[in-house]
Ligand binder design. Structure first.
Ligand code: GTP
Ligand code: MG
Length: 295
């Protein structure tokens, strides 16, 4: 008997949702960074064991949007919750329920979605702190389970998965059993480049960047990828390229390394930087960059 569950991973930005997804899958399908608002659209991660298929839906961190891109991100999270059988609410041990978390719990209640609470980054706090966080959340919602975890080190990840078993119901599978994500190779390549922009660039600059793949050509034992990085100002373009092209070269070499690992072939990566002012508030550009819902 085949079983399936669609489980949304939600929470405020930067709590470790994408890290948790990657840890569950044992493979990196979602980019991760120290900066908040890394994930911009829903990332599907598929974990199939025996007759059971778990479909995890990683979402953009819930925040108060200031741009149309922000609106899109927050909508992605809302839509995903609406389509899920259950949710994993990821929080940090802050000893009280934050305002964003309280809002998310209201959404869970309104939609009648059962949930597991994951208190992540326990490697960085004291046990007393964790205990007080658990107590605070226990009053806010009837969670099916509360799991302290350190997704970055894999701690608690097995328990999270085991607790998700309760959400499986008899159903056809929606994905083949040998895939871990439904993202295309182009999407994965663009995301890898965006991760490096977030890692290398300071302040607001990476948040104002988008990446498109103009060419993805498989040749004999290699892939040729031409990507365009869009930023919001000419001054940002200068910073991204760097002195004598040094910064762009660094971004390219980190990205190429990851792509070669993921695609398992040699990658020739050609990066171009372009300016598109205020693209984060342009419906036309957001569409162009793939920040739209097709279904
Ligand atoms: N100390 C510690 N850091 C962690 C842990 N899990 C994740 N992180 C770090 O937290 C930061 C954010 O991780 P992400 O997985 O990108 O967080 P996210 O919730 O997906 O963030 P958004 O996509 O912006 O909503 C990264 O620097 C991670 O390495 C953990 O268990 N312990
Ligand atoms: Mg994320």
């Amino acid at each position: 008997m085949k079983r399936t569950a669609f489980i949304a991973i939600v929470g405020r930005p930067n709590v470790g949702k994408s890290t948790l997804l990657n840890a569950i899958l044992g493979e990196k399908v979602a980019i991760v960074s120290k900066k908040p608002q890394t994930t911009r659209n829903r990332i599907t991660g598929i974990h199939t064991v025996g007759e059971d298929q778990y479909v995890f839906l990683d979402t953009p961190g819930m925040h108060r949007p200031r741009t149309k891109l922000g609106n899109f991100m927050v909508n992605e999270t809302g839509t995903t919750l609406g389509e899920a059988d259950a949710a994993i609410l990821v929080v940090e041990a802050r000893e009280s329920v934050g305002d964003i978390e309280a809002q998310m719990i209201e959404q869970l209640k309104a939609k009648g979605i059962p949930a597991i609470l994951v208190i992540n980054k326990i490697d960085a706090v004291s046990p007393a702190n964790i205990a007080r966080t658990i107590a605070a959340y226990a009053e806010s919602y009837d969670f099916d389970a509360v799991v302290p975890a350190a997704a970055k080190n894999g701690k608690g990840v097995e328990t999270v998965l085991a607790e998700c078993e309760r959400y499986l119901t008899e159903s056809i599978w929606f994905f083949p059993d040998d895939i871990v994500t439904d993202q295309t190779e182009r999407q994965l390549a663009a995301e890898i480049i965006r991760e490096k922009l977030l890692r290398i660039l300071e302040d607001e600059i990476p948040h104002g960047t988008a990446v498109t793949i103009e060419e993805f050509k498989e040749e004999k034992q290699m892939v040729r990828i031409r990507a365009e990085i869009f930023c919001e100002r000419p001054s940002h373009k200068g910073i991204i390229i760097g002195k004598h092209g040094a910064t762009l070269k660094q971004i390219g070499s980190y990205a190429r390394e990851d792509m070669e690992k993921f695609f398992g072939v040699k990658v020739f990566l050609d990066l171009w930087v372009k300016v598109k002012e205020n693209w984060r508030d342009s419906n036309f550009n957001l569409n162009d960059f793939g920040y739209r819902r097709e279904d």
